[in-house]
Design a protein around this ligand. Structure first.
Ligand code: FES
Length: 318
């Protein structure tokens, strides 16, 4: 997933239990290493285990270069990266990448932004709150968490020092108990920027409910691997410039299939939120699963990390 090699050596200075299954890690640079500045919404890639890389949002004070703070949720059913992270103790070393930001705050907008967090998706939102408050700016925040036990940063969010309106809703982990999406996204006439980070179901609901807004004001971030629908089928993609045809298995993304065929392609989020893998297509039909393309762009552009063909073949403008 990582587009930037993890080449900064850091040491875990201390850890803290933030909520059930969520641990905070404070990372300090090793001798001779300089941590670059970062902006709210940024993430780092962390090398965990032999050849696994995971992306984590920075949740400390934007601009801080003495240390970085990340929070990691233990995913029992995950790919193993979070299990490895949760075994680490203070003193352990890690290789991390410099920060990158696919989810930046638009600080030019005068309206208080709406911040929507689900579960561990609260991490970049915390950095946004820190940044907004450092500038004396207000905001509204909706935080959907399973229960009070699963609510990270509750001491920070419930402090009377906060400058924004914060609503925490516990849904018991059930989509049916999620707040109505209209309450989550706020009034349709609201021109404020909206930032959403959380599980796929939340982001898809928010995306659907904001289709009629200016797309430049609706922002998403996700590090969860994109899920392929159970009824997905195999198809093939043709590379227009060479005529080469590459098969895409039912459980594989187009991006992965093309890389396996030897193409060198850029990506970042691999979750349909950043736009890095945007690719034109010339023939075929697409089921779009991204969060960034406009409806009219979808007639000829797609995000190959998440979107798939609904025809047996796609011709890609590569
Ligand atoms: Fe981010 Fe595909 S890599 S949208």
């Amino acid at each position: 997933m990582a587009s930037i090699p993890p080449d900064l050596l850091v040491t875990i200075a201390h850890t803290r239990n933030l909520a059930a299954d969520i641990t905070e890690f404070v990372l300090v640079p090793a001798a001779g290493v300089r941590l670059p500045d970062f902006t709210a919404g940024a993430h780092i890639d962390v090398a965990v285990g032999e050849d696994q890389v995971r992306s984590y949002s920075l949740c400390g004070e934007p601009g801080e270069t003495g240390h970085y703070t990340i929070a990691v949720q233990h995913e029992a059913a995950g790919r193993g990266g979070s299990r490895l992270m949760h075994r680490l103790v203070p003193g352990a070393t890690l290789m991390i990448s410099p920060p990158a930001n696919d989810f930046p705050l638009d600080e030019a907008s005068p309206l208080p932004p709406r911040l929507i967090a689900g579960g561990i998706g609260v991490t970049p939102i915390i950095a946004m709150i820190r940044r907004l408050e450092s500038r004396g700016r207000s905001y509204s925040m909706i935080y959907l968490s399973r229960s009070s036990r699963h609510t990270a940063f509750s001491d920070f969010l419930e402090s009377p020092d906060r400058l924004g309106t914060i609503r925490i809703h516990h849904d018991g982990g059930e989509t049916a108990k999620m707040l109505p999406v209209d309450e989550i996204v706020g009034p349709r006439t609201d021109a404020a920027h909206l930032y959403c980070c959380g599980p796929e179901a939340l982001m898809k609901a928010v995306r659907a409910a904001t289709r009629d807004r200016d797309p430049g004001t609706v922002h998403f971030e996700s590090f969860a691997p994109a899920t392929v629908a159970d009824d997905a089928f195999e198809f093939s993609v043709e590379i227009a410039s060479t005529g080469e045809v590459v098969g895409v298995a039912a459980d594989q993304s187009i991006l992965d299939a093309l890389r396996a065929a030897g193409l060198d392609l850029d990506s970042s989020c691999e979750a349909g939120t950043c736009g890095t893998c945007q690719t034109g297509y010339l023939e075929g039909d697409v089921a779009h699963e991204d969060y960034v393309l406009l409806d009219d762009e979808r007639a000829h552009q797609m995000m190959i990390c998440v979107s798939r063909a609904v025809s047996k073949r796609l011709k890609l403008d590569l």
